[in-house]
Ligand binder design. Sequence first.
Ligand SMILES: NC(=O)c1ccc[n+]([C@@H]2O[C@H](COP(=O)([O-])OP(=O)(O)OC[C@H]3O[C@@H](n4cnc5c(N)ncnc54)[C@H](OP(=O)(O)O)[C@@H]3O)[C@@H](O)[C@H]2O)c1
Length: 260
Amino acid sequence: MNETVLITGASSGIGLELAKCFAADQANLVLVARNTAAMETLAAELRREHKIEIHVLTADLSRPESPQMIFDELKGRGISVDVLVNNAGFGLHGGFAELPLDRQLEIIQVNVAALVALTGLFLPGMVQRKRGGILNIGSVAGFLPGPNMAVYCATKAFVQSFTEAVAEELINTGVTVTACCPGATDTNFGKIARGQKQRKTNISKMSAEAVAGCAHADFRGGKIVSIPGFGNRLLIFLFRFLPRWIPRKAFKFYNRMNEE
Ligand SMILES: NC(=O)c1ccc[n+]([C@@H]2O[C@H](COP(=O)([O-])OP(=O)(O)OC[C@H]3O[C@@H](n4cnc5c(N)ncnc54)[C@H](OP(=O)(O)O)[C@@H]3O)[C@@H](O)[C@H]2O)c1
């Protein structure tokens, strides 16, 4: 029987590309996000190409009840999830004191609370069946404090710590857990984070396809930490040796340079 892979944030960017990677494995898919039309278009394309079963679930993960609703809906349809990809996420640029508090709490709900809730709902079944896995999309930003993206970076630090800890708990159970930590990637992320304020300088970004390809291969290989791109691997390596104030100041300088 084919495995079933649930991907959150499958309507665009890295999540959409991950859906293509798992479809190429002949996995059946459950796509979750708010943009139903984008997911239906993707589902039609992947069904045609790979003859797989795809379920589209519209859900807003900023609502605390959504993970349980997703779990109950799939249980009702008799679908058990073998692989969970927690990819949905967003960030906001700006000083913590200036950004609306409700939107910042939403970042925590989507990036952290929904990820933990979905993991808590789907992981016990995987452990019982002694197979399956979880792929969480963290970020290079999870390795440093990020002035002017304080909440976002803190959520990704949580994702990193949580994922590595659970992965270690599950060694030799047949279930693997991977944290993928992309750096700047060419998706809608920047537009959503910056709103009307556009970036002043151009930085080199990886394509969503390349990031997803790396995340998928490392997840299949059972890696606990996956860092797409040599530059990102080098950065994370250097963070280990630098005093913490250096990356913190560098992040602040980098954000200021782009905004003034
Ligand atoms: N792009 C980067 O530079 C970068 C770098 C490091 C890590 N990441 C991480 O990569 C992941 C994917 O982001 P991306 O770069 O591919 O950006 P993206 O193109 O904006 O995709 C974000 C996805 O998350 C979904 N999402 C956002 N809020 C949601 C909500 N309330 N409920 C349900 N789904 C929601 C969006 O779907 P709907 O809008 O349809 O709901 C969309 O499918 C995120 O976790 C992000 O933090 C991105």
